[in-house]
Design a protein around this ligand. Structure first.
Ligand SMILES: C[S@@+](CC[C@H](N)C(=O)[O-])C[C@H]1O[C@@H](n2cnc3c(N)ncnc32)[C@H](O)[C@@H]1O
Length: 210
């Protein structure tokens, strides 16, 4: 089936932006075991939040984070992220429109690349992983909190049945395993943990070789 391209993804998330926070909140609580707080707690120094969406992570970063740049394709999502930055007075955070498969960020300029619930949507996740490797300092950390195939074969089979619909209407590849793309990009995997309903949540910490 046709895979959504960047234009289609921007269209899907522009249309979804106003209801995104409440919808994703239910998914996080009921299915994924509240991954967001865990992810931001792993971040240090200069952070690149890839496919930042409405910026739900931004107010959660702790004092070990010095600056955050969020990048996303969808102006609708970014509008809400900008509003959140203003509302919370997050002077150390900024968001820009861009493609995480081809970033306008200098080489070796970031300490942590963080992604929450994005590898399922990015058209070419291997390019995004290679870009993460390029922008990270040697030994820099990548933190992912995603969903993927369940630890139960029956649940994965059900997800595969639903997947064509979720790709078509939500640009969401339900059973995509993000770890493969990090490995192909050369990351050293430090930790992979399955969480939430039937292990559909995936938490990953990895680093670029020093
Ligand atoms: C499910 S949302 C996740 C948003 C946010 N990370 C969060 O945790 O709520 C997926 C986001 O990925 C963005 N996205 C998908 N492909 C992208 C790309 N190639 N470059 C930048 N953003 C992308 C979409 O616009 C959307 O905002």
């Amino acid at each position: 089936m046709a895979q959504p391209d960047n234009a289609r993804i921007a269209q899907v998330f522009d249309a979804m932006a106003d209801r995104y926070d409440s919808q994703i909140g239910v998914v996080e609580r009921r299915l994924l075991g509240r991954p967001r707080q865990w992810a931001v707690e792993q971040a240090r120094g200069r952070v690149l939040d890839i496919a930042v969406g409405t910026g739900l992570n931004l107010p959660l970063y702790g004092p070990d984070v010095t600056e955050v740049l969020g990048v996303d394709l969808s102006e609708g999502m970014l509008r809400l992220a900008r509003r959140r930055i203003e509302e919370y007075g997050l002077d150390h955070c900024a968001v820009v429109r861009g493609d995480v498969q081809s970033l306008s960020v200098p080489d070796t300029s970031v300490d942590t690349v963080l992604s929450t619930l994005t590898f399922c949507t990015i058209p070419d996740p291997e390019s995004a992983a290679r870009e993460a490797m390029r922008v990270l300092v040697p030994g820099g950390k990548v933190v992912l909190a995603e969903h993927g195939p369940s630890t139960s074969r029956a649940v994965t089979a059900a997800m595969r049945v639903l997947e064509p619909v979720s790709i078509r209407f939500g640009a969401d590849h339900l059973t995509r395993d993000p770890v493969v793309y990090l490995q192909r990009a050369g990351f050293v995997i430090d930790e992979v943990r399955r969480t939430g309903f039937a292990g559909v949540g995936i938490r990953v910490v990895a680093h670029s070789p020093s």
